[in-house]
Write a protein that binds this ligand. Sequence first.
Ligand code: FES
Ligand code: FES
Length: 155
Amino acid sequence: MPSVSMTVNGRAVTGDVESRTLLVQFLRENLSLTGTHVGCDTSQCGACVVHVNGESVKSCTMLAVQADGAEVTTIEGLAKDGELHPMQEAFRENHGLQCGFCTPGMVMSAVDLLQKNPNPDEGEIREWLEGNICRCTGYHNIVKAIQTAAADMKG
Ligand code: FES
Ligand code: FES
């Protein structure tokens, strides 16, 4: 059984996995980081988005062994010292979540968007979120949340 080592939310972790183990399974089942969700089996919904070496990735489309040696951040790694990340706070303030199932992936995708483009317009936000499906909110409040976070993060 291959052994994998990576840094997850700043913590060095190691585990034995099957070669077919997906990164999302490793996070949820080996590390009990269940904030990363699985919402489909077709790589469409984006509930499983995490950051691998700073880039958003659907963790259901990547094998755990492919993340060997990587820096991984999950939704559990965003809040610091008991303070929500500005994106999490903006989702809360703008009612960007209802059931919350899609929220971890939405937040992780949105944080990556602002890393690449700190000032996206509405069209750019909607286009970026094409790989994230929300079954509850109709996207308007999610877009508003990302615009709020962009403004807050500029200070
Ligand atoms: S669970 Fe990964 S895209 Fe749906
Ligand atoms: S808030 Fe329920 S799926 Fe998006």
